[in-house]
Design a protein around this ligand. Sequence first.
Ligand code: SF4
Length: 271
Amino acid sequence: MPTKTSNAGAANASPRAIRQPSPTSTPNDWVAEADALDQRLSEIDSLEERLLEITRAVPGRITFSTSLGIEDQAVLHGIARSGANIDVFTLDTGRHFPETLDTLEASENVYGLKIRVMFPEAHEVEELVARDGIYGFRMAIENRKACCDVRKVRPLKRALNGATGWVTGLRREQSSGRAHVPFAAWDATDGLVKLNPLADWSLERLESFVADNAIPINPLHERGFPSIGCQPCTRAIRPGEDIRAGRWWWENEDGKECGLHNRPRQKDAAA
Ligand code: SF4
């Protein structure tokens, strides 16, 4: 059963669809529409109501990219329980922990839905490994970004192709680089509305939601892995460390993203 949360703001939020793209639409039109949705989502407390408002507001195919981490498992639960018409996919980089794949299977069984699995192009992985070596991503940041590009970013682009909305599990608390994540914003890079229905959730609220709803989560979370990526690029963190300290721990703390979520916003591009 889903957690019952206050939804007082939802009653005041008037559903309104974002306009379909047209030859006369300008970047600023899209920014304004997405910002209006951002405001409405901020007035809704319930995750399920936020997801339903997203499906009312964004026409066309809305897709959810799940890493199978705890945030994304909460979003998956919200989609399944609300019946929101949102397509779900994940990126299999070929370097995942077995526990992550177990979580994928468990989620499909619990929620009775299929998670689309996107793989990198085999020839691109072969060329990458031939050039940089099987662990080349540890030798230089450029190599690491090239690996993330082949195994994550390019499959992501294929998965997002044709979508009008992209739902993620990003939270502002996750890192300083995510401190200003909006609920909704026009993403000029991918030409769609990027949606972050957990943007304002605290870790405490997330963990309570998961526990109250018996949501299946990756067992690595209980072994010191708050953020789970590829096996060779993720370690457990020590008490007091930043929750993303276990990702690419050999790199400088600044800009430790894989390229999936650190693209320029349309608001910036249009300015
Ligand atoms: S996280 Fe590591 S193994 Fe995974 S795609 Fe990026 S560099 Fe490659």
